[in-house]
Design a protein around this ligand. Structure first.
Ligand SMILES: [Zn+2]
Length: 486
């Protein structure tokens, strides 16, 4: 596809081989390898100096894609429903704010400014109430029909014949085409837009759409100075763009969150959160979380909450135990008829905050397989084809924090109680001690429940639609906690 002579030397090593095991073993091997690559050079989240203070303090935020009505009136009146949700959930929330701008979504890019009237006042109000305000912008596409496209055209991707490649994203979208990320003009357009939002309007986060979601697009523009149709220009160009965004928006002591769509790993050290919005499915595995836990934050458990409570429980329970930030739904979720779902979201969100040393800074080892038979539930509406699937009513995952403590995260997705029996050998995960303390971690405290001397064997009784976290730590003290001992 490329032009002869424009290829690039293999500048990374490739390893082929045969191994015994399934996806989990492959993911563990890949983790070991990928942690030595350029895109995790920023090290663990806990060690990153550029990791936003707002995330350090909280460990996480509740990203919500709320359909914020503009309406009329004062900012305080318009923001009241949002703040009521924050109060109900009892965790700090974030607003992934679409349609804050004057333009129609997916049109007139990249002229997002000016915002709708009252935007600055609303941002100020929400930020002062502890909300993370993250407006949407697009970091890749420009619209062919904007009046000054002549300025953008020379910096757009072109095909082999030198023509523009239009993308049809929807019937209501404009004539969008991808800009070449190597181009300083485009890099400056996006970074100055982010700078204005941060410095002039006071937002504490910006979502830069598409960059970490799109497959590389081959660019044959001979004026761009990169290899034609090949090479590393897509990755390197977007890395330069995101670096500029971070450097410019981070001036004057500001340190806003920069997030993007999707989980493209080559940009992972340059974003503070990766949006995961694929349709929930019974065929999903937490591969990215096993590989990148402790190094990246994945956010969203998007789902159609008009579907069953079981569907919602499965999607949100699995996001919780896998370490993905729950949320990304509009505010109609909080209508009275959805109270069962909201309660599931609330307990997952609160428990995530209480266990951030595992789910944000720790490592996901993988599923904890039950030693007993777990009932199943039938759930309709998985994936883009809306197929029905049979899934376990409860699942568990094993996490380890940076101090070496282990924790079993359990979620009961369904409406009946589930007994979940499991066995963990702490020595396999580097814990050595004569005795281990077993602790229940509900939101807002810890409850010592037992001790163990070798492998931990337990049976948890999970109430209907309940999530639970059990910590296993080497005993540091001599006093015997209450409860049974083993
Ligand atoms: Zn180009």
């Amino acid at each position: 596809m490329g032009v002869a002579g424009s290829d690039y030397p293999g500048d990374y090593s490739v390893e082929f081989g045969v191994y015994r095991g399934g996806w989990l073993e492959a993911a563990q091997r890949y983790r070991h390898r990928t942690l030595q690559q350029k895109w995790v050079q920023a090290e663990k989240l806990s060690a990153r100096t550029d990791f936003p203070e707002i995330l350090k303090k909280r460990g996480c935020v509740g990203y919500r894609r709320l359909g914020v009505e503009w309406g009329g009136g004062h900012s305080a009146t318009m923001d009241a429903p949002l703040l009521a949700i924050q109060k109900e959930l009892e965790v700090p929330i974030a607003l992934h704010w679409h349609n804050w701008h004057h333009l129609k979504f997916d049109n007139e890019y990249s002229h997002f400014l000016p915002p709708k009237p009252g935007f600055a006042e609303r941002v100020k109000d929400l930020v002062s109430q502890g909300v993370l305000v993250m407006p949407y912008i697009n970091g890749l596409s420009a619209n062919f029909n904007i009046p000054d496209f002549a300025n953008f055209g020379p910096h757009a991707n072109v095909d082999e014949a030198g023509g523009y490649r239009m993308h049809h994203y929807s019937d209501s979208a404009g004539r969008l085409l991808s800009m070449c990320p190597t181009q300083e003009y485009w890099q400056n357009t996006i970074s100055s837009l982010v700078q204005t939002l941060v410095e002039d309007y006071g937002v504490n986060a910006v979502y830069v759409d598409q960059i970490a979601a799109m497959e590389p697009e081959l660019c044959f523009n001979r004026q761009h100075g990169h290899p034609l149709g090949g090479g590393l220009y897509w990755t390197d160009g977007n890395r330069e763009l995101l670096t500029k965004v971070r450097n410019i928006s981070g001036r004057q002591g500001r340190n806003p969150l920069i997030t993007s769509e999707g989980t493209d790993e080559v940009f992972m050290d340059l974003v503070d959160g990766s949006l995961t919005w694929a349709q929930p499915t019974d065929r999903e595995i937490p591969m990215m979380e096993v590989v990148y836990s402790g190094y990246a934050i994945f956010f969203a458990s998007a789902c159609d909450f008009k579907k069953s409570d079981e569907f919602f429980g499965y999607v949100h329970g699995q996001a919780f135990i896998d370490g993905r930030q729950n949320g990304w739904m509009d505010s109609s979720l909080f209508r009275p008829e959805n109270s069962v779902k909201v309660e599931y979201l609330r307990q997952s969100a609160r428990l995530r905050v209480a266990t951030k040393r595992f789910l944000v800074y720790g490592r996901l080892w993988g599923p904890v397989l039950p030693e007993n038979s777990i009932p199943t539930i039938r759930v309709d509406g998985f994936g883009s084809d809306r197929h029905a699937g049979t899934v376990p009513a409860a699942e568990a995952r094993l996490w380890q924090d940076e101090d070496g403590h282990l924790a079993v995260f359990l979620a009961n997705y369904g409406g009946g109680p589930v007994e979940f029996k499991y066995r963990i050998d702490p020595a396999k995960f580097g814990l050595s001690g004569r005795r281990y303390d077993i602790t229940d971690i509900p939101p807002g405290g810890t409850i010592p429940i037992s001790t163990a001397t070798e492998a931990v064997e337990r049976k948890e009784t999970l109430g209907p639609r309940k999530v639970k976290v059990i910590e296993i730590a080497v005993r540091q003290r001599e006093s015997v906690p209450p409860g049974s001992s083993r």
